[in-house]
Design a protein around this ligand. Structure first.
Ligand code: PLP
Length: 426
């Protein structure tokens, strides 16, 4: 059955429903193929993908260079564990540390693992380098954060679904409002045991909350003044999504990494995942300079799959694509066009209040209560019209297409979105 017969959408959904845990509520569409900005369902209907697997597929579906690197490596050597060396890991670590401008990289697989790794490094650094009394290290996080799904990470979430009945919770986190440098300054003044400030440069899951222009830069300066690590979770915002290589690059228009730019804010710890593999394979990483990374010694942290040769080969290919195809520049230009077109529409709209975002990470806020089904209904109608997007937090719809989109395709998508919204106007 798995190889011979093509399932209908209904059959595939019924199988998941019966045999799979119900930890997601997907749109009722069953995809079987993807190429570039497009995906096809099992009935061969073609869609624009406007989610990109939460920004993992920045390089587009099944990019031939990434798939090529993956299959080539998979035929030779897939996994050694870190008990032995492999001949890809060192090359990948050199490539990625030069690409992003850090001394060292620690390889993991999923985003949540990389966040956990950053938390562990920050705590250890606080005890061994900053002199925080043992067991007292605190990490400052922001309200409405999303950093993953592990027990520790959900401990400092304020999403009730993510948190409720999963306690007891991990202590050691202080929550402050997002985009509030005064609150950060106050928290740091009140407590000498702060190890780090963990922050998303734009809050993606929360609904693409885009902070004030100087929030990141100011936060980093405050952290520096208090000898606190500035930890950027760029799992969703990084790797060209927001129109620069990283969101901490601000409005820098260079295609790669440069520390000369005035807008660049250098994190002490950079967390990457998702598009680090172009969606081909789970690859995540934590990057830091020696004084921070060297607190981790043999045996103190690890992962069976972390740093495997397939992951290294895939990540190098995925990062090559970002540079070669100038994806940051494309995201910047198309993102501006997207917001301009939608803003023109919103002026006369009763159903959409706002479009916000940077580069090709955008969201619209629907004029209805958070528990209404309007955003979901709009996404269902978008699906009928050939575009896949998903509501996040009730009345917000995120729009994040693959960054390999061209202008004609984007304008086509804008037309689909506006046509769909028009049907919901009162
Ligand atoms: C997706 C995401 C994570 C978690 O990544 P997983 O691979 O799902 O574990 C963490 N932080 C941010 C900002 C994310 O968008």
């Amino acid at each position: 059955m798995t190889t011979v017969d093509q399932l209908t959408s209904q059959e595939a959904i019924a199988l998941e429903d019966k045999h799979g845990a119900h930890n997601y509520h997907p749109l009722p569409v069953v995809l079987k193929r993807g190429e570039g900005v497009y995906v096809w369902d099992v009935e061969d209907k073609k869609y624009y993908d406007f989610l990109s697997a939460y920004s993992a597929v920045n390089q587009g579906h099944c990019h031939p260079a990434i798939v090529g690197a993956m299959t080539k490596q998979a035929e030779v050597l897939t996994l050694t564990s870190r008990a032995f060396h492999n001949d890809v890991l060192g090359r990948y670590e050199k490539y990625a540390t030069e690409y992003f401008g850090f001394d060292k990289l620690l390889p993991m697989n999923t985003g949540a693992e990389a966040v956990e790794t950053a938390i562990k490094i920050a705590r250890k650094w606080a005890y061994e380098e900053k002199g925080v009394p043992e067991q007292d290290a605190q990490i400052i996080v922001c309200e409405n954060n999303f950093h993953g799904r592990t027990t520790t990470i959900i401990s400092f979430s304020n999403d009730e679904d993510a948190r409720k009945n999963f306690g007891p919770y991990t202590p050691g986190f202080i929550k402050i409002p997002y985009d509030d440098t005064e609150a950060l300054e106050k928290a740091l003044k009140e407590n000498d045991n702060i190890a780090g400030f963990l922050v998303e440069p734009i809050q993606g899951e929360a609904g693409v909350y885009t902070p004030s222009d100087d929030f990141i830069k100011k936060s980093q300066a405050i952290c520096k003044a208090h000898n606190v690590l500035f930890i950027a979770d760029e799992i969703q915002t990084g790797i060209a999504r927001t129109g620069a290589l990283l969101a901490v690059c601000g409005n820098c228009t260079c295609e790669g990494h440069c520390e000369q730019q005035e807008t660049y804010t250098r994190p002490d710890i950079l967390i990457l995942g998702k598009a680090l593999s172009g969606g081909a394979y789970p690859v995540s990483a934590v990057l830091a300079d020696d004084p921070v990374m060297n607190v981790i010694k043999p045996g103190q942290h690890g992962s069976t799959f972390g740093g495997n040769p397939v992951a290294g080969a895939v990540a190098m290919a995925a990062l090559d694509v970002v540079k070669d195809e100038k994806l940051a520049q494309n995201a910047r230009v198309l993102g501006e066009l997207f917001r301009k077109k939608l803003n023109e529409y919103i002026e006369g709209s009763s159903i959409v209040n706002l479009v916000r975002g940077r580069g090709l990470l955008n969201a619209i806020v629907i004029n209805d209560s958070e528990d209404s089904s309007t955003a979901w209904d709009i996404c269902m109608a978008l699906k009928e019209n050939g575009l896949l997007a998903k509501p996040t937090h009730g009345n917000i719809i995120r729009f994040a297409p693959p960054l390999v989109m061209n202008e004609a395709q984007l304008l086509d998508c804008v037309a689909i979105i506006i046509k769909t919204l028009k049907a919901f106007e009162k």
